[in-house]
Design a protein around this ligand. Structure first.
Ligand SMILES: [Fe+2]
Ligand SMILES: [Fe+2]
Length: 307
């Protein structure tokens, strides 16, 4: 029986006061999370479609059960990010154009790429999440706690569940296709596509959200994944923020190195997501949710109290 749990969390994002720059102490991190809100609905829709297509190819009923729970988790993520998106689009309606462009880009992949490629794309990205999100969750006190509680709670939940289903995308890829070299060969195209999404979102934020509301922080996201655009984003960060406001300010070098090593290893032939080093916050989150599910939407004020 799969251990994955599908949690339906109602986030408190119906108001029209959700800030664009939801953590003013770390605008670059706030933008990175906003980027995920724009990336998630398109990506997660592609995951759900590809996984549904892959399930009939899977032989082991336990794997089928896990795949079903995984795609249901992803569908919940997508719905929650849509509620965050709608909160932003109520105030800055032009953002609808940005979301539509990202979704169209993913729909093109679903329409034109073979199933094996879409499953490989998904496994390549989902494999990076545990080392990547571990740093965020290990530094929750700096990255989430000072921000808007409603938005912070959404991202903490999503990152914890990504860690919970960390092996599922690779499991589905291996069960339905399984060719390691094919998966590795998709990486350059995955990076190019992520660059395209980054560029849409970075430009969209700057175009549709006035600077007075933080739209200019869109420049902290690189306009594509090329060395030139990354350098330009780093230059913008130096100009627009204080050194202590960088996403990873205060994260020890050793942890950054472990993250980078983890990202590379996550693509290797013998990578087993079950062996990953997990952030303690993920375990605490699942335990606390068991006692008080409402804590998911209000992590800092509901349940057993502030940690
Ligand atoms: Fe997700
Ligand atoms: Fe996921």
């Amino acid at each position: 029986m799969t251990n994955l749990q599908v949690r339906r969390v109602r986030f408190d994002l119906a108001g029209d006061d959700v800030p664009f720059n939801w953590n003013p102490q770390r605008p670059a991190f706030a933008m990175q999370c906003n980027l995920i809100t724009f990336f998630a609905p398109g990506f997660e829709k592609m995951i759900v479609d590809a996984t549904r297509e892959a399930i009939p190819l899977m032989r082991d009923p336990r794997q089928v059960e896990e795949a079903n729970a995984y795609l249901r988790q992803e569908a919940q993520h997508s719905a929650a990010h849509m509620s965050h998106f709608r909160a932003l689009a109520r105030r800055w309606p032009g953002l609808q154009e940005t979301l539509d462009e990202v979704i169209a880009s993913y729909d093109r992949l679903t329409a034109t790429k073979p199933l094996a490629w879409r499953l490989a794309y998904t496994a390549v990205i989902e494999n990076t999440f545990t080392p990547y999100f571990k740093v965020f969750l290990d530094h929750e006190d700096k990255l989430f706690a000072p921000g808007d509680e409603r938005v912070a709670s959404l991202f903490i939940w999503h990152f914890c569940e990504e860690i919970e289903h960390r092996g599922s995308a690779l499991m589905v890829y291996d069960a339905a296709h399984g060719d390691f070299l094919y998966r590795v060969r998709t990486i350059p195209a995955v990076v190019r596509h992520l660059g395209e999404v980054l560029s849409i979102v970075s430009r969209g934020f700057q175009t549709h959200v006035p600077a007075a509301d933080g739209g200019h922080f869109g420049r902290l996201l690189p306009d594509g994944l090329t060395p030139r655009s990354m350098l330009a984003a780093a230059r913008s960060a130096r100009r627009m923020t204080e050194p202590g406001q960088a996403t990873y300010a205060g994260v020890p070098k050793k942890e950054m190195l472990a993250m980078l090593t983890g990202l590379v290893q996550s693509q290797g032939p013998s990578h087993d997501p079950a062996d990953e080093n997990l952030p303690p916050l993920a375990g605490q989150w699942f335990d606390r949710y068991e006692q008080e599910p409402k804590c998911a939407a209000r992590w800092y004020s509901v349940g057993v109290g502030r940690r």
